[in-house]
Design a protein. Structure first.
Length: 449
């Protein structure tokens, strides 16, 4: 088993890229410039044109300074990102003060910094930016320049309407902030969980590939060893044979060379899949579960394995990911079981199934439907010590589900029907997806046709 800390996998998952924020601000600069110029020159409405473009220029200068100071791939700290988003909020508030306050339809853009913060920053930062936006909106209700309009036709919207806009900004900031945070957080958790799964699978595959690496190393060492053997033979012929020490040394050297050749021969055979070594790469269903259960039995867990089915027992190719996934299921069952864990194996001509049952408290109803998602855990009911309970992040079943489903299986979780107690995890494969011999027979039939 490998322990994976979500905090390690999620490192920099929230970090907002400077290039992203700068790009969004350039869009804001272009949009604000077009709006101010369109109202002033296109519609002919009077507004403090110079002051408006001074504020827009401040955003552009900030963007240029950030581009010069930092590379595009730089990730902002939470403090820096919060500061820049607060600057955008205040800049927008000043623009709105000059152009009608909340009577300006662009006042809803207060939601933009809050939305960006919700997707990339911790909730506390988003709450602070939301309060800043609502505070600015409140001040704009009380103080602002007139809304640009036709000369001689002043437009004064009712206070009730302005209050409605303020309410819309308040509710919009709250709703969009929470919604965006939930969506982004789920994506971050899923990404971290998938990274943990890939890490576990890579580790298991690395272990399984050591045989092939050993065979490759043996192949490379074969040539220099053959040269050494040839040199030893030549030395044996040339050196005097009447010196006992020379004879003993040459005999010892020949013996060690032959020993090295034997070791390299064994290493070479590890990477070959012939009729003599193929059995190392395959195992029956029972052997697979016995291998999974062995470490738990060594730790004192009581595990009973029973099985029966139609025809010969299915044989699968050794799969590190499958072994690790089943090991997670059995480890979870042992952790919750009161007395023993039952593993029932069954197979037919169409499917192969493994059912893992324990006699513990079962899955909690509030998490039963979400089991298999990342960071969903019931470790509070685990019999284990406080340290192991605290380290349960809900990744075990997610990793097991991901690895097992990669082998073509479906995983189902449930609780035992009353009056029985305990949890039931059932894994079902189509026979051709699990059984190596069945798959080879189908390939041979297809080739013969």
């Amino acid at each position: 088993m490998i322990n994976v800390e979500p905090s390690d996998l999620a490192h920099d998952a929230r970090g907002l890229r400077l290039d992203t924020l700068v790009g969004l601000r350039w869009l804001a600069v272009i949009g604000q410039s077009a709006a101010v110029a369109g109202v002033h020159f296109g519609l002919g409405f009077k507004l403090p044109f110079g002051w408006c473009f001074l504020l827009i220029a401040a955003s552009a200068v900030l963007n240029l300074a950030l581009r010069i100071r930092y590379p595009a791939s730089h990730r902002l700290s939470d403090n820096a990102a919060t500061f820049l988003l607060a600057f955008d909020t205040l800049q927008l508030a000043l623009l709105l003060y000059l152009t009608g306050g909340l009577q300006n339809p662009f006042s809803l853009l207060f939601l933009a910094p809050v939305l960006i913060s919700a997707t990339a920053l911790p909730p506390q930062r988003t709450l602070g930016l939301g309060l800043l936006a609502v505070g600015c909106a409140t001040l704009l209700v009380l103080a602002h320049r007139p809304l640009p309009w036709r000369p001689g036709e002043p437009l004064d919207l009712p206070f009730l309407y302005v209050t409605g806009v303020w309410t819309a900004i308040l509710l919009g900031a709250a709703f969009t902030g929470v919604y965006a945070w939930r969506v982004a957080e789920e994506a971050r958790q899923l990404g971290a969980a998938l990274a943990a799964t890939e890490l576990v699978l890579a580790r298991e595959q690395h272990i399984s590939q050591l045989d092939g690496l050993a065979a490759a190393a043996a192949h490379e060492l074969g040539t220099p060893l053959a040269t050494i053997t040839l040199v030893v033979k030549e030395l044996s012929r040339r050196l005097p044979q009447d010196d006992p020490e020379v004879v003993d040394d040459m005999r010892l050297l020949r013996e060690q060379v032959e020993r090295c050749r034997g070791i390299l021969g064994k290493l070479t055979s590890l990477g070959q899949e012939d009729e003599q070594t193929e059995f190392l790469e395959t195992m029956t269903l029972t052997h697979l579960l016995e291998e999974v259960a062995a470490p738990q039995r060594d730790l004192g867990g009581v595990i009973r394995i029973t099985g029966d089915g139609e025809g010969p027992e299915p044989v699968c190719r050794r799969n590190p990911g499958l072994v690790h996934g089943l090991d997670n299921l059995v480890d979870n069952a042992v952790g919750f079981a009161e007395t023993a864990v039952e593993i029932e194996l069954a197979w037919t001509t169409r499917e192969v199934s493994v059912e893992v049952r324990d006699d513990g408290p079962g899955f909690a109803p509030e998490v039963l439907l979400r089991l298999g998602e990342p960071y969903v855990t019931t470790r509070g009911h685990d019999k284990r010590g406080p340290e192991e309970q605290a380290s349960g992040h809900g990744l075990g079943l997610f990793i097991a589900k991901t690895l097992i489903e990669r082998s073509g299986a479906q995983l189902h979780v449930s609780n035992a029907a009353a009056p029985a107690r305990g949890a039931i995890v059932r894994v079902v494969w189509p026979r051709e997806a699990f059984d190596k011999k069945s798959a080879e027979a189908q390939e041979n039939d297809a080739l013969s046709r």
